[in-house]
Design a protein around this ligand. Structure first.
Ligand SMILES: *Cc1c(COP(=O)(O)O)cnc(C)c1O
Length: 393
């Protein structure tokens, strides 16, 4: 599903940016498709995905998990990618694009640090300067990822204003881009931001469902599953997993948001349920905001889902009924994470554990083919899992 020429999916999307950024974003908008669709770009992109990231990621038939739910569950193993999640698919694409555009300097913002690590990784790979903005509070909360970024050669700059979290880091990154319009590319980490970012990031992540098609054909003799389940923070792993099935109405698309301590506790990140229409990070979408338009701080046990908005593509898919939304609480995700570890030997990222938690909430036919997008691995979340161990063993 591609947005219209102004970047709208239905009424969501667009590019709401300061005037000073018009030339940058316009240049990107006019060139991204031409570059990405060129043979030479595709050749380099595919080659790095194969040899550096380790793609294709396996599509694994989870036999014991399938037995438990009396259906057929396949896990798309994005957790096996280099750096441990799907985010690298996008940063590889964007660093190649930045090179094509002649950019010498990369900036990014990060909350949990996962996108910062994926960006620092590709900058090291290409020898480009890398500056990652991160809220001061997040720098403290996510110390291991800060160390990783530094080891990879990136400079981590603290955002010291406001709540000193993700949205403040985003403001700093935008300020930097305004100050360095010519030599700098801004790598956004999800299907959010002004057009063309949501479309561009979805295109890079679409490799997930591109592979799913031929992998399912090998496993079950047809390219289409009955249901696809993915967690949604900004929505990039879900966009990638849904992409090649968006037009096939027979495929159920299930987006799982983080309910935190519970949707109505005030400690939640269930954006599509609690959110209303507004503008965040440069696009019109659903976001958690007060009556006078102040962003409400989200909460989830999983740092990657702890985002107050949702990409415009997902806002559109949900509002038009093409995708269904479920939400999983912290405890439901922890439970699902422990279950997968115990019966399949796979420790999932807490984000991905939210997608797995949806299996408990749904009913499946015995012959149904269900794909869960396992967006990342759980090594980064071990401390959190262990903290709650006695309640879930
Ligand atoms: C960042 C992250 C997410 C959430 O981001 P999306 O853009 O919604 O995919 C999900 N899973 C993992 C493992 C992540 O690192």
């Amino acid at each position: 599903m591609t947005p219209n020429k102004n970047g709208y999916y239905g009424k969501f999307g667009g590019a709401y940016i300061p005037e000073m950024l018009y030339p940058n974003v316009k240049y990107l908008k006019e060139n991204y498709l031409k570059i990405i669709q060129s043979d030479s770009f595709q050749k380099e992109f595919k080659s790095l995905l194969k040899d550096y990231v380790g793609r294709p990621s396996p599509l694994y038939f989870a036999e014991r998990l399938s037995k438990k739910y009396d259906t057929n569950i396949y896990l798309k193993r994005e957790d096996l990618n280099h750096t441990g999640a799907h985010k690298i698919n996008n940063t590889i694409g964007q660093i190649l694009l930045a090179q094509e555009l002649g950019k010498k300097r990369i900036i990014a913002e990060t909350g949990a640090g996962q996108h910062g690590v994926a960006t620092a990784t590709v900058c090291a790979l290409m020898g480009l300067e890398c500056i990652v903005y991160m809220g001061e509070v997040d720098i403290e909360r996510q110390a291991p990822n800060v160390s990783r970024m530094k080891m990879l050669g990136a400079e981590v700059r603290p955002a010291k204003s406001g709540s000193r979290t993700l949205k403040d880091a985003t403001n700093e990154a935008i300020r930097d881009w305004i100050a360095h319009p010519v030599d700098t590319h801004y790598i956004i980490g999800s299907v959010v931001g002004p057009h063309p970012y949501p479309d561009m990031v979805a295109l890079f992540q679409s490799v997930i469902s591109e592979e799913m098609k031929w992998q399912l054909k090998e496993h079950v003799g047809r390219e289409t599953p009955d249901s696809i389940i993915a967690c949604v923070g900004g929505g990039s792993n879900a966009a990638g997993a849904f992409y090649h099935y968006l037009k096939d109405d027979k495929v159920r698309l299930i987006a799982v948001e983080a309910a935190g301590l519970g949707i109505n506790t005030g400690e939640s990140a269930a954006t599509s349920v609690l959110g209303s229409e507004g503008v965040i990070h440069g696009s019109r979408t659903l976001l958690m905001q007060t009556d006078d338009g102040q962003i409400i701080e989200p909460y989830s046990i999983s740092a990657g889902l702890d985002y107050p908005g949702i990409g415009p593509l997902h806002a559109h898919l949900i509002k038009t009924g093409r995708a269904e939304v479920l939400s999983a609480t912290d405890d439901e995700a922890l439970q699902a994470g422990y279950l997968l570890s115990k019966i399949e030997g796979i420790i999932p990222a807490l984000e991905s554990a939210h997608a797995l938690a949806a299996l408990e909430m749904m009913r499946f036919a015995k012959d149904e083919i269900v794909v869960v997008n396992l967006s990342g691995r759980g090594d980064k979340d071990l401390a959190t899992y262990i903290k709650h161990q006695n309640r879930f063993e």
